[in-house]
Design a protein around this ligand. Structure first.
Ligand code: AMP
Ligand code: GLY
Length: 423
């Protein structure tokens, strides 16, 4: 069969690698793809928001399954457009992708169906939000309602910061229309876990857990980023916690979406906080995490095409998801200055060191092929993943492999997975 993958980051590289292992697949296309994906798929220069173009291309090439990676096209309704053109698509329709696309929607859903999450209020005027802040407990969390590249969340320690945050989001429109509405929520403490799941509209199957490191600097300092590294599984996500989450969070979420007439097909990524009062939902994403996919998918034993087709067909109940009994760690190699200002265009050396090395992967996030070779082309450049029998071994292997790659302005965190020492 022919498969088309929409997106061009490390997550899509990990998806493409998994798809390439399926004996059912003869041909993979990726729009727009990247320099790493180009080794596995034919990359086609169409932008992910050009839905009609994507549909035309997929129809012309008689693509059997389209897999959509990123949040923006999902929230924008790419799945509806592709389905209307007669294509089979893995990913939620617009009316279900709203689970990530609107924080006000997802918070209201959780409240209505009793799914554990932080207390909150939603505002559509800055004046009302500012008035609410006067009596609120600090620290307090401000969230722009819409998609903001993972940057629309502000944790405010003082009233002054919170007032400025409301102004930035709602009046200055720092995140554009994403800030038309604002969610103000209670600050929670605890360990964070990312849990990715497959859904077919009614059934939900849970993948192995992971943990991301969102801050730019060692010791969780600096600005929030898209993610500087991940490990899987999380030793803090115990069997007991998993059982609780299945019963009180995962199943109720899929059932709530179905009950609302918004059946969710695709990946729901639960961002959880393990608080003293039990696990609570920080956020939902309507897609694989990046770089969670880079540690979870290499450990999945199933043929990803079987699982995705079962999601599309509503037969996920028949699938038994299986993961290797090992661990993986991904360290992001970024451009110095990310997530603010950074330079691009530096030649990357050492990519060939990964060839033929079992259990080692280099996923491309922001790279570009040029006349001088593959160069840096983004804030997050490469995700270096390694497996190990234990998390500790995986971490050692991943950090060893980061040394195989060199480029000017290479930056990484040195403490990815350090938390496992406390487990
Ligand atoms: P989100 O995009 O909603 O996952 O938020 C980004 C990050 O902000 C999360 O990964 C958490 O580290 C933090 N965060 C979000 N909501 C809260 C909250 N209610 N309490 C504490 N931290 C939060
Ligand atoms: N790594 C977090 C995300 O994909 O949103």
């Amino acid at each position: 069969m022919k498969v088309l993958i929409v997106g061009g980051g490390g997550r899509e590289h990990a998806i493409t690698l998994a798809v390439s292992k399926s004996p059912k697949v003869d041909k993979i296309y990726c729009v727009p793809g990247n320099a790493g994906i180009a080794g596995l798929a034919e990359c086609v220069d169409i932008k992910v928001m050009e839905f009609e173009e994507v549909a035309r291309f997929a129809k012309r090439e008689k693509v059997d399954l389209v897999i959509v990676g990123p949040d923006d096209p999902l929230a924008g309704g790419i799945v509806d457009v592709l389905e209307k053109a007669g294509l089979r698509v893995f990913g939620p329709r617009e009316n279900a992708a709203i689970l990530e696309g609107s924080k006000a929607f997802s918070k209201d859903l959780m409240k209505k169906y009793g799914i554990p999450t932080a207390q909150y209020e939603t505002f559509d005027s800055a004046d009302a939000a500012l008035a609410y802040l006067e009596g609120a407990k600090l620290p307090i969390v401000l969230k722009a309602d819409g998609l903001a590249l993972g940057k629309g969340v502000l944790i405010c320690n003082t009233l002054e910061e919170a007032r400025n945050g409301v102004k930035e989001i709602m009046l200055d429109k720092k995140f554009g229309t994403a800030g038309n509405k604002l969610v103000i929520e209670e600050f929670m403490t605890g360990r964070e876990v990312s849990v990715l799941t497959f859904c077919d509209g009614k059934t939900i199957k849970v993948m192995s857990s992971a943990q991301d490191h969102k801050r730019a600097g060692d010791g969780d300092t600096g600005l929030n980023t898209g993610g500087m590294g991940t490990f899987s599984p999380s030793p803090f996500y115990t069997k007991k916690i998993d059982e609780y989450c299945r019963k009180h969070i995962y199943k109720p979420t899929v059932e709530a979406m179905a009950a609302e007439g918004r059946p969710f097909k695709g990946v729901i990524f639960f961002g959880l906080m393990l608080t003293e009062d039990g696990p609570k939902v920080l956020e939902y994403n309507a897609r694989f995490g990046d770089p969670e996919a880079q540690v979870v998918l290499p450990r999945m034993k199933n043929d990803i095409i079987d699982v995705m087709e079962a999601c599309v067909d509503g037969t996920l109940g028949k699938i038994k998801l299986e993961f290797e009994d090992n661990a993986a760690v991904c360290v992001m190699l970024a451009s110095k200055g990310y997530p603010e200002k950074y330079e691009r265009g530096f030649v990357i050396n050492g990519l060939e060191s990964f060839e033929g090395k079992e259990g080692y992967y280099v996923f491309h996030s922001g790279t570009k092929k040029t006349g001088k070779g593959i160069v840096t082309n983004g804030g997050r450049v490469l995700g270096v993943t390694a497996k190990g029998v234990t998390l500790r071994e995986a971490r050692e292997n991943a950090y060893k492999a980061t040394e195989w790659i060199t480029f000017e302005n290479k930056y990484m965190r040195h403490d990815i997975g350090k938390a496992i020492d406390e487990a």
